[in-house]
Design a protein around this ligand. Structure first.
Ligand code: BGC
Length: 762
């Protein structure tokens, strides 16, 4: 690969992982042999993915329900296959299924292919497994707040174990879109605003998904998405137009994809958005020039859901036929769900508008992946495995660990946390006794009964007569809050624990918001409880950074808990009572107001920066500031508190003058000067002071998560090859330019010890 993929010292591999990008001659020979035997219909079949189920049939549903009730077994609806499905399979007209996770159905279909079709090319089954399959982990934005790629690799491996037992061969994750606009609901699905963090998490997830030794004996291919720039949706509205420079595409949006490919990801999903006026699904710059010519990446490109057909409303294709033509010519291999390829490729080839070679090249990529996954040898799923593997105790344990590390302590005035088990609590808020919302926005195969509520978690620490619970209001609707009851409970307590925030269906795909405060009537509830004067601790759940300046003023402690998955309740209780010292740090800035959006740490300086790195406010006339708010966010990228304190000292830049092929070595001492053992995410940022194009005021280039006992100190050393400091220069070439740099080592993006170095042209 030609683009940089910075080394991340914390990304320790925990298992071996398949690499689907290393071509091997034996597979290539099998691909060519098979391709040479295929008819055009069979070739096009391999380029078509569909959902095999017919329309929902109420009678069929009720009959299955009644049968399950009669047999006293749990009811899981199995929809009926499309009436023409078996014939389509026999004729080789279908190459893959989307989101089918019923092993008996998959096996039935594979059997038809393996026993009755001419060339016996097995299906590849793709599914969205975004933050766990059955063992649901925190939403990815929360997972990234662990700053612990090795842990995410394990979590992704668990997801792969369960998905594989359900018959999935192909996971539509990791979602590696950089997102700097929290109005966009899909910020929940990614690793936040920063390419360096995005790369670390992308690598880890791909490695985990593509682990070599899954219990099923089968393999999984990862599919990083959405390629590319989808997170730049204007105004944060999902599916909206994007418009960014090619430089931003290369320096901000591309690096996590490159990291995923370097880790061996076998496929990529094209995005819904346009890039410079050409939707990604039919964009030759991103699908051909960058992927194939520059990166020399041999993997498979699948469209997003109906994104081929969507070229028509986008207004670059006159009809579905035109959309199919543009997509295949641009380099899109598999069409997901819409049927432009099966309907129109035959005539497009007949007329010469599409060369057969374009179809052959796409089919090669599909076959290559199917061979590499071992599907020809092992197309079937063991139907008994799912029951044995789902929610295994070690998986649940890992979900707890990830949830604990994902949570970010944003405020802890006068060390009100951790709570003592003697505390009398009033637990108030609509998310305290809630299961379904803790599962987050993308948990397709979840079971709410698997979730531990916050109340359940608290019960581990407090006897029931030590707390009173009042929901107080609903998450979202406008029914008046039960203020009297909440206030009464607060008055009888030592501390009020508010459990507030968004529901799971307020973020994720198609769920953008314009107001990012507490939804519904929750703020009213807080105001009433705050008026009692009791100390307030708030656990805040969300799928995105929220805008909560008022709440932040009102509470003494604030814990960002995201939608934390099946073990969230227990993890929250462990943190509140201090069995676990919080160590999460934000991977996306939390704005003070929606008007600041996008607000992110790696912004440019501008020609008229405000004083103090552009983050100071007010009466600076004709500077790049607001008249009514500071530039800085409420909580910056990288921020998160601990129950202990870490002091930074002794920054050392080993050699202040470096050649282009040398390595920057910087270290600092971190001391735990508080009274709890704790973990700290030590962050390294640089600034390239003068470039041929303007450079961000700070860029993360390294992080390490370390654990220290009280009084303990550690010298944290970063080694960063100078070639990792490059960017897309004035001539659109990737380059490292000689000149002066600043470097910081610190606890977050807003502060740190500062040093200097220079890169010389030698
Ligand atoms: C989403 C993708 C997802 C696909 C298949 C689309 O709507 O954008 O992220 O993988 O559906 O479910």
């Amino acid at each position: 690969m030609t683009l940089p993929s910075s080394a991340n010292p914390t990304n320790t591999a925990v298992s071996a992982s398949n690499n689907y990008n290393q071509l091997d001659p034996a597979t290539e020979a099998r691909v060519e042999d098979l391709l040479s035997q295929m008819t055009l219909t069979e070739k096009i079949g391999q380029l078509f993915q569909l959902n095999p189920f017919g329309p929902f049939d109420r009678d069929h549903f009720e009959a299955q329900k009644a049968e399950a009730a009669k047999a006293e077994r749990p009811f899981h609806y199995i929809p009926q296959l499309r009436h023409d499905m078996e014939d389509l399979l026999r004729e080789g007209r279908i190459g893959s299924f989307l989101n089918v996770t019923i092993p008996s159905v998959i096996n039935h279909c594979q059997r038809i292919i393996m026993e009755e079709s001419r060339l016996r090319i097995p299906l590849i089954v793709g599914s969205d497994v975004i933050h766990g399959y059955r063992t649901i982990f925190p939403i990815p934005l929360g997972e990234s707040a662990t700053w612990n790629p090795a842990l995410l690799e394990q979590a992704s491996r668990v997801a792969a174990e369960e998905a594989s037992a359900a018959g999935v061969d192909w996971i539509y994750a990791p979602m590696v879109d950089i997102a700097r606009d929290p109005r966009w609901g899909r910020i929940a699905e990614g690793a936040g605003e920063d390419p360096f963090v995005g790369m670390a998490m992308a690598r880890a997830r791909v490695r985990g998904f593509q682990s070599t030794d899954l219990t099923s004996g089968r393999r999984i291919a990862a599919c990083p998405k959405h390629y590319i720039g989808y997170g730049a949706a204007e105004a944060g509205r999902d599916y909206n137009t994007t418009d960014f420079s090619e430089r931003t595409l290369r320096d901000v949006y591309l690096p996590p994809f490159v990291a995923a490919f370097d880790a061996g990801a076998g496929s990529v999903m094209s995005s819904f958005n346009e890039i410079s006026g050409v939707p990604a699904t039919a964009n030759p710059l991103v699908l051909k020039t960058i992927l194939r010519h520059e990166l020399q990446w041999p993997g498979l490109v699948v469209s997003d859901y109906e994104s081929v057909a969507e070229l028509v409303p986008h207004g670059i294709a006159a009809d579905l036929k035109d959309a199919a033509r543009l997509s295949i010519l641009a380099g899109l291999d598999i069409e997901m769900v819409s049927d432009g390829y099966p309907k129109h490729l035959p005539e497009l080839i007949e007329s010469g508008e599409v060369p057969l070679a374009a179809v052959d090249e796409a089919v090669r990529r599909v076959l290559r992946l199917k061979f590499r996954l071992g599907l020809f040898e092992n197309p079937y799923t063991d139907e008994t495995l799912a029951d044995k593997i789902m929610l295994r105790p070690d998986f649940r344990e890992l979900a707890l660990e990830v949830a604990q590390e994902s949570m970010v302590l944003l405020k802890n005035e006068a060390d009100i946390l951790p709570l003592s088990p003697q505390t009398r609590l009033a637990v108030i808020g609509p998310l305290a006794n809630n299961r379904a919302d803790l599962l987050g926005c993308w948990s397709l195969h979840n079971h709410p009964e698997d979730v531990e509520t916050v109340l359940k978690g608290l019960s581990v620490y407090l006897p029931e007569d030590h707390w009173e619970y009042v929901a107080g209001c609903a998450i979202r609707d406008e029914a008046p809050p039960d203020i009297a009851k909440a206030v009464k409970a607060a008055e009888a307590a030592d501390v009020v624990l508010l459990v507030l925030g968004e529901g799971a269906n307020m973020s994720g795909e198609g769920h953008s918001r314009t107001h990012l405060g507490l939804p519904g009537r929750q703020q009213e509830l807080v105001d009433a409880v705050a008026a009692t004067g009791k100390p307030l601790v708030c656990v805040l759940m969300s799928g995105r950074p929220l805008v909560i300046p008022q709440l932040n003023e009102q509470v003494q402690a604030l814990l960002a808990a995201w939608h934390g998955g099946i073990r969230a309740g227990r993890a929250i209780a462990d943190i509140l009572f201090g069995t676990v010292n919080p160590s999460g740090k934000l991977t996306a800035s939390w704005p003070r107001s929606e008007g600041q959006i996008p607000v992110y740490y790696a912004h440019k300086n501008t020609g008229r920066p405000a004083h103090e790195a552009g983050t100071k406010q007010f009466a600076e006339l004709f500077k790049s500031v607001y008249i009514d708010a500071p530039n800085s966010p409420l909580f910056p990228f990288g921020f998160g508190l601990s129950y202990t304190q870490f002091a930074y000292s002794n920054l050392k830049v080993e050699r202040p003058f470096l050649g282009l092929d040398e390595t920057l070595i910087v270290s600092a001492t971190v001391t735990n000067c508080g009274s709890h053992a704790g973990a700290e995410v030590v962050q390294l940022y640089v600034r390239d002071l003068v470039g041929s194009v303007t450079r961000p005021v700070k860029e993360l280039k390294g992080f390490q998560k370390i654990s220290l006992q009280p009084g303990e100190q550690q010298t944290v050393r970063f080694e960063i090859p100078v070639c990792k400091l490059g960017f897309t220069g004035w001539d659109m070439n990737h380059r490292v330019e000689p000149g002066d740099f600043k470097v910081w080592i610190g606890p977050n993006s807003a502060t740190g010890l500062e040093g200097d170095f220079a890169v010389t042209a030698r």
